[in-house]
Ligand binder design. Structure first.
Ligand SMILES: *Cc1c(COP(=O)(O)O)cnc(C)c1O
Length: 235
């Protein structure tokens, strides 16, 4: 068995164990295999091992892979979204994870109306207010909610965040809990459903699941270390 296939199996069993600890059904968690920087041949191994959902963070890099791999795969865009790439992204990706401002949401809405599609998106929250990271602050999000909810095209799945990485994953847990609590508050305040939480990466996806993650974005735990950094990479 390919090493990636073994690592995928390990990640899957860790996810299963975390859902048991959290008394959640196994199918309440979507594993997004983050394949950025890895070539088609390596991704193919993971496809052959049964993985169907993949994450990429650069449109041009992803385009080549999406064209080369089976059309039955589902692609999630997890990188920073450039306005001039939105049209292509909407044609290529099932879900956009990092909608980080009202202005960007409005632009996606306009392009979606033009294309006649209904994009699924997460709203990215800058939980720890880090200067290096994009995302709504809680106040910005509250101010934007009425406009976001008016949008006819955007299907807002829920919230996404990339909390500060810490050696000790227990230090990250409160950030995950905070995102869940914010989601709960928004659902009450605006009488909406925001059922999904995109949070947790290789180092901390188990804790994220214990705190309610429904979409975990796992790269290096499956594919191994990335040999170069991707522009705009936040992990
Ligand atoms: C790269 C990346 C990941 C995956 O990171 P790993 O630590 O390799 O699991 C997840 N989310 C985002 C937004 C990323 O850029």
């Amino acid at each position: 068995m390919a090493e990636t296939a073994e690592q995928l199996a390990e990640v899957r069993s860790s996810i299963a164990a975390a859902t048991v600890r959290a008394s959640r059904p196994l199918d309440s968690v979507v594993l997004i295999a983050v394949s950025k920087t890895f070539p088609v041949e390596v991704i193919s191994e993971v496809v052959q091992a049964g993985q169907r959902v993949f994450g990429e963070s650069k449109q041009q890099e992803a385009e080549v892979k999406i064209e080369a791999l089976p059309s039955s795969l589902e692609w999630h865009f997890i990188g920073r979204i450039q306005r001039n790439k939105v049209r292509k992204l909407l044609g290529q990706f099932e879900v956009l994870h990092a909608v980080d401002s009202l202005r960007l949401a409005q632009h996606i809405e306009t392009v979606a109306a033009d294309l006649g599609c209904y994009p699924k998106v997460f709203l990215q929250i800058n939980t720890a207010a880090e200067a290096s990271k994009a995302g709504f602050s809680e106040d910005e999000l509250r101010a934007a909610m009425p406009d976001l909810l008016e949008m006819k095209r955007l299907e807002i799945l829920g919230l996404m965040s990339i909390p500060p990485a810490a050696e000790d994953v227990e230090k990250t847990r409160p950030w995950f809990a905070q995102l869940r609590e914010l989601r709960d508050l928004l659902e009450q305040e605006y009488q909406v459903r925001l059922p999904f939480l995109s949070m947790g990466m290789s180092h901390d996806f188990e804790v994220a699941i214990e705190e309610g993650a429904t979409h975990v974005r796992v790269g290096s735990a499956i594919f191994g270390h990335r040999s170069y950094r991707v522009e705009g990479e936040l992990g």
